[in-house]
Ligand binder design. Sequence first.
Ligand code: HEM
Length: 693
Amino acid sequence: MNRAGLRVWPVAAGAVAAAAVVLVAGLLFGGSVTEKVIPGLGDPGALTRWGLPASRTAMDLLSALTVGALLAAAAFLPVERGRGPGRTAKDARSSQDAARLSKDAVGYVHAASWFAAGWAAAAAATLVFTVADVLGQPVQQVVTGSELSSYVGSLPQGTALMIVVLLAVVVALLARTTATPAAAFGLLVMAGIALLPAPLTGHSSSAANHSVATTGVALHVAAVAPWVGGLAIVGAHALLRRDRLPVMAERFSRMALWCFITVGASGMVNVIARLPDPVELVETNYGRLALGKIVFFCVLGWFGWWHRNRTLPALADRRPWSFTRFASVEVAVMAATMGLAVALARTAPPPPATPDSAVKALLGYEMPPEVTPARLATLWQFDLFFAVLALVLGGLYLAAVVRLRGRGDSWPVWRTAAWFVGLLAMVAVTQTGVAKYAPILFSVHMAQHMVLNMLTPIFLVVGAPVTLALRALKPARIRGDRGPREWLTAIVHSRYVAVIAHPAVATIIFVASLYVLYFTPLFEAAMRNHLGHIAMMVHFLAAGSLFFWVLLGVDPAPKKLPYPGRLLLLFVTMPFHAFFGIALMNMSQALALGWYNSVDPPWGTTILHDQQTGGAIAWAFGEIPTFIVLIVLAFQWYGDDQRQARRLDRKADRAAKSGGPPGDDDELAAYNARLAKLAERDKAEADKQGKRP
Ligand code: HEM
């Protein structure tokens, strides 16, 4: 081990010790490790009572380190250009200016591979301990018995942890051979997805409003991991005295602020969802542990403030020591908070004042009264995920428009209006009474599906978000590096987008997902699980946005269909929706019968009749987007023709003035001139920033 490495280990050991001490204290305080006698359930034994929180803490810490190391490689460290490690001369010739990971970044990807392997092992241990804990059997018995496999298949917690193990193993293996920023970014996304299933295995499902609690803890953990893992890796980079520390720390700090806000807000949502009565915060062990977390959170907030006002300016001034010292202490405080977090997750929240009915346990709310149009509009049902999504999409779009305006550039008001009409349509079916009745009635679910899949996307696509982002985002400060704008350009021109946005592929995804979802057990599985339900609705939105992006998109896209081709695509695709509706109307069997039986309302029609109503909605609804798309296409086509005519007129004028035949490369010349103007403006902007190395 080299001398630099020797500086890291004491800090790492200190952090692990801090997590362990606070975990043990929290578990003893919360009482979750004391032997309990539950009628009909044996005692899993001390090994499980202590092993489960220990493996869970290891799982949470290693998942954060994996995400932190991949973030450092793909986003914090500047990308380099030219031949990368392990690339052949032939590669170098073909991709001389290809983006590649720096030596340190490749080092962090390899570190991520080890962290991910540890994460998989800790998740596997958590799975075994969770089975022993739920079945009330000693862990030895579980490991040798057959319970494990049946538990993994039959219970959401088991399946969730198994998914974590599998994804972490894949990340660990792929990270061994990852050498490009795009691949590191892909691994980061995969690790991010692997973070989500585990929180489902906490108290979310038993919380007063479990849909908010589930989304809340998933958002919470999704913000905690990059914050904790990012700081640990930047701290290690400082201790190892590696290059580019100021850039890395500054980029981490910008991300950390948003993580801090998200962790605080989602943490409070989590507490409110589990402790509806604020008095319980001081009167229950669970409440007091949550208060402890709030204190740690405030301390971490102070660290962040101190970094921004003291250590980062010193770092930019080539005085790294105060940053290194502070980051090392902060890592220990963060690890301690993670220990407390697991102790909290292991401590039972106070039981609800009135025991939940069977329907409330499934839906997270009591059965609403008979459905009426007025109640669909007024009986709002707050969905945290789509509320945050609408806020983020609306906020980013507005910020981009304001930035363009600030620069004196214009952006069509009708595009902004279209974007917000799209968001409004999304809110209308994910927050109102539609969201309350959709899990209960197939017909309302189908209306929700149709709006998310065929109406919202049309307006979002007309809003041209990619074009706006490319115009509003600033170029990367370091030459050749990849900032958000370069990443977006790289993604839009990537092979992945070229395949997925091919008209044929986008259409197949748009049409086939209807049949694959509803005519397989997938639909019932998604209805039974809150994150599954969200994933289903996000898929509707994404599949619709992709299809209408191909059909209507003004954004730069790999393959643009000519207008007649778009009309053909529209008329070929829409009948499939009608067929789907008719198929539903003619079915004699109800879909997801198990689910609809368990939430069957005491009012209204039969499940099958309601499904047929859903079929009628799917059949009829197709007309609306077809009509809107035809209008938009007509306007686009007419607009393009006008532009073409003006271009030809200008050419003819110029030819008439120069007395020669009209040339056909004017279009290219005009395009290059615009690019040159854009490059000039970027250079002026970068020079204004005066930071070019
Ligand atoms: C305002 C401050 C915070 C509050 C109110 C809060 C509250 C919560 C609540 C209620 C849970 C769910 C526990 C359960 O399943 O019953 C949770 C989970 C969690 N929190 Fe926080 N939290 C806060 C800040 C933090 C911070 C600063 C960190 C880390 C640095 C953190 C890390 C975690 C982790 C890792 C989990 C998931 C634990 C597990 O299930 O394994 N939290 N938090």
